[in-house]
Design a protein around this ligand. Structure first.
Ligand SMILES: Nc1ncnc2c1ncn2[C@@H]1O[C@H](COP(=O)(O)OP(=O)(O)OP(=O)(O)O)[C@@H](O)[C@H]1O
Ligand SMILES: [Mg+2]
Length: 206
């Protein structure tokens, strides 16, 4: 709910709005109408699991152990949820440093965007399959509002390159990242506290 207020969604209207807040530890999805949460689902998968997937990939494929920080940097640097141009993805490379799991010695390898995409796709699909549950549970009249207005994404993981495009492709519903996606929850909580009387009902509901 805070994410929705922060994303400046008119939550009090009868029309349904769907907000996805993809964070580090979890991804939450809610359909909001008339200031209340109609359907809500939380998947315990977020950016941390995406980082883990990258680290598991370099370990399995290259016997290279990398830390969480390195994995996160790879994700933010060249990670993408959807490859639009294979040749470009293959050409986009970064050098990564880690420790060889067999010799124990430091080693550098090159990773391209296509490989990073391959490593994170199963995790992204887990998130998306969790979110599809919400769409299935949404009452038909609100579902049609959502198809009209699209899904608003917030949270750090919504900034993963092309995550909105992958979600659009997988759900058939237009998705877009909110402005200041990282700050929506914080800003929404602030707005709610400043207008506590107005939002009292919505906040206590969620
Ligand atoms: N540009 C970016 N591209 C991809 N991922 C990003 C980007 N910027 C931040 N992230 C990821 O966003 C996640 C943090 O998001 P956020 O700050 O919304 O989480 P949180 O609110 O702390 O976690 P949670 O909501 O799970 O409690 C981290 O996994 C981080 O790696
Ligand atoms: Mg969060």
């Amino acid at each position: 709910m805070a994410a929705a207020i922060g994303a400046r969604i008119p939550i009090a209207q009868p029309a349904g709005h769907m907000v996805v807040d993809a964070g580090g530890g979890s991804t939450e999805c809610a359909v909001i109408s008339l200031g209340g949460v109609v359907v809500h689902q939380s998947v315990r998968i977020g950016g941390n699991k995406i980082d883990e997937a990258i680290a598991n990939y370099t370990k399995k494929k290259f016997n290279l152990l990398i830390g969480e920080r390195t994995a996160e940097e790879i994700k933010i640097d060249i990670g993408t949820a959807l490859i639009e141009n294979k040749a470009e993805a293959l050409a986009k490379k970064i050098q990564i440093r880690g420790r060889d799991s067999i010799t124990g010695l430091p080693r550098t390898i090159e990773l391209n965007q296509d490989q990073v995409n391959e490593s994170i796709t199963p995790t992204l699909m887990e998130i998306i399959n969790g979110l599809k549950g919400v769409l299935e549970k949404t009452p038909p009249e609100l579902a049609s509002d959502i198809i009209d207005k699209g899904i608003v994404m917030t949270g750090g993981t919504s900034l993963l390159h092309n995550f909105d495009k992958l979600l659009t492709k997988q759900t058939g519903v237009p998705c877009h990242v909110a402005e200041d996606a990282l700050l929506c929850v914080v800003r929404g909580t602030g707005v709610a506290l400043e207008n506590i009387e107005l939002y009292k009902r919505s906040i206590s509901k969620k």
